[in-house]
Design a protein around this ligand. Structure first.
Ligand SMILES: *[C@@H]1O[C@H](CO)[C@@H](O)[C@H](O)[C@H]1NC(C)=O
Length: 199
């Protein structure tokens, strides 16, 4: 019975989102895109803006998203995520920690900092493993995450920039890299970084 229910859910998700999200949902397990061999957390730290991303229901109403990473002596990154809720206009700030899955590696396990037990925290939106597919540290970073959903998977791409807009050269590098990885850049939408307040 529950198996049937799961199937219905998947069918509903398919029916609802396939048209809107384009290729976010795929059949089978998550593909494995290679993360960078090494990620220098010191060079990666500081402020990044979300410049483009693939469609993501949870973030549909967020704009002016920025991330501030701070490397800690214990080898993790403290993360401060800020965005403006597009409906209410209210700013939102969330804190989290990203722990490299292997020391020096570019696969980061992100958890929101919460008082909830870790089993619950794992289920919170935003928690999960993020791969840094590429970055030049100074202009752009490409992040990718994927969840297995039974017979389907859903993956997400983010392009971060050190500025609210990517310089032309950096944008070309990002699109070249995505095409080398066979990630469809048509999935990306520009995110709102216009008239953002300082907060
Ligand atoms: C990022 O966060 C750190 C730690 O809270 C803070 O010291 C720093 O000023 C922030 N950087 C920016 C650019 O907001």
């Amino acid at each position: 019975m529950f198996g049937g229910l799961g199937f219905v859910t998947v069918t509903l998700i398919l029916a609802c989102c396939k048209d809107i999200s384009g290729q976010s949902l795929g059949f089978g397990k998550c593909p494995s895109y290679p993360a960078m061999k090494k990620l220098d957390l010191r060079k990666f730290e500081g402020k990044w803006y979300e410049v483009e991303r693939s469609f993501y229901m949870m973030e549909m109403f967020a704009s002016c998203t920025s991330l501030n990473f701070t490397a800690t002596p214990s080898g993790t990154l403290k993360v401060i995520v800020k965005h403006i809720n597009r409906l209410s206009g209210n700013p939102s700030v969330s804190l989290g920690t990203a722990l490299p899955v292997t020391s020096g590696g570019a696969e980061l396990n992100y958890r929101g900092d919460t008082r909830l037990p870790s089993a619950v925290a794992r289920m919170m939106p935003g928690s999960g493993v993020y791969r840094v597919l590429d970055t030049d540290y100074d202009n752009y970073a490409i992040l990718w995450s994927c969840s297995n959903l039974g017979i389907m998977h859903a993956d997400l791409i983010w392009v971060l920039g050190r500025d609210r807009e990517l310089p032309v050269q950096a944008r070309a590098s990002v699109y070249n890299r995505l095409s080398e990885l066979k990630l469809d850049s048509d999935r990306l939408v520009l995110t709102r970084q216009k008239s953002c307040p300082v907060f």
